[in-house]
Write a protein that binds this ligand. Structure first.
Ligand SMILES: NC(=O)c1ccc[n+]([C@@H]2O[C@H](COP(=O)([O-])OP(=O)(O)OC[C@H]3O[C@@H](n4cnc5c(N)ncnc54)[C@H](OP(=O)(O)O)[C@@H]3O)[C@@H](O)[C@H]2O)c1
Length: 229
């Protein structure tokens, strides 16, 4: 049985990854900072039972991440999915640096720390993939709108770390990519977004399933297109 680990599993894109992978017969480690409050996760567990293991993890809590990695030592993780993220955005001249630093902790340090903690689990698996939910808003080449300094900068930075990971981990035959899910109807994306969460996640799963080593380090969309850095 293939296994996936998903952060930010309480709602939105993360919860849909849990639901779809479990429905497909995968073992799922679902990480959420307050799983007891997630009705989506509770429903998924009712449907899929023990195939889904839930862990209370806040991605800014590095000691808790290390403790879970130790608890799961020896468990291969085929796909490590960094989904947890926050979007705060202040216009030029009104930066809120405390909130910005929290975004750095969640959107940048979170994927880095989880990837470092679980790299042995990924290396021991068949698929060996580390995927981080980035955003087209992190594309510097694609920035025609300005603004969103805090969110854009954390996603541009997470792209940089995924690129380095793709190079550093290639000798262990681990594939690492940042992926843009589309503009998705979730709490973050809002009701006016382009795409429902189910097709976005189905698209990303198909892209991830077909990832070849030559694509490691590329910035991809949920439809498999390549985005500019
Ligand atoms: N929706 C879009 O259009 C869109 C577009 C591009 C990229 N993305 C990216 O896709 C990812 C998922 O987005 P979404 O639309 O599903 O967002 P969402 O509906 O706002 O859900 C965010 C998820 O991240 C979790 N989270 C936030 N801070 C956390 C922390 N410190 N520790 C653990 N979990 C934490 C939330 O948990 P709680 O329930 O505990 O708050 C929730 O599960 C994000 O990285 C986002 O930047 C989304």
């Amino acid at each position: 049985m293939s296994t996936v680990l998903v952060t930010g599993a309480s709602r939105g894109i993360g919860a849909e990854f849990v639901r779809q992978y479990a429905a497909d017969g995968w073992g799922v480690h679902a990480l959420a900072r307050d799983p007891g409050r997630s009705t989506v996760l509770a429903e998924a567990r009712r449907t899929h039972g023990d195939r889904i293991r839930v862990h209370a993890i806040d991605v800014i809590d590095h000691a808790a991440i290390d403790a879970l990695a130790r608890e799961l030592a020896g468990t291969p993780i085929d796909v490590l999915l960094n989904v947890a993220g926050v979007l705060v955005s202040s216009p030029f001249g009104q930066s809120d640096y405390e909130r910005w630093m929290n975004s750095v902790r969640v959107n940048l340090f979170g994927p880095m720390k989880v990837s470092e903690a679980f790299v042995e689990h990924v290396a021991a698996s068949d698929e060996r993939k580390i995927v981080t939910l980035s955003s087209v808003l992190g594309s510097i080449g694609g920035n025609t709108g300005g603004g969103m300094y805090d969110y854009r900068s954390t996603k541009a930075a997470v792209n940089a770390i995924m690129k380095s990971m793709s190079l550093d981990l290639a000798r262990r035959r681990i594939i690492a990519v940042p992926i843009h899910p589309g503009w998705v109807r979730t709490d973050m994306g809002g009701a006016r977004a382009d795409v429902d969460v189910a097709p976005s996640v189905a698209g990303m799963r198909a892209v991830m399933a077909g990832l070849a080593p030559a694509q490691s380090g590329r910035f991809l969309t949920h439809q498999g297109a390549e985005l500019p850095w």
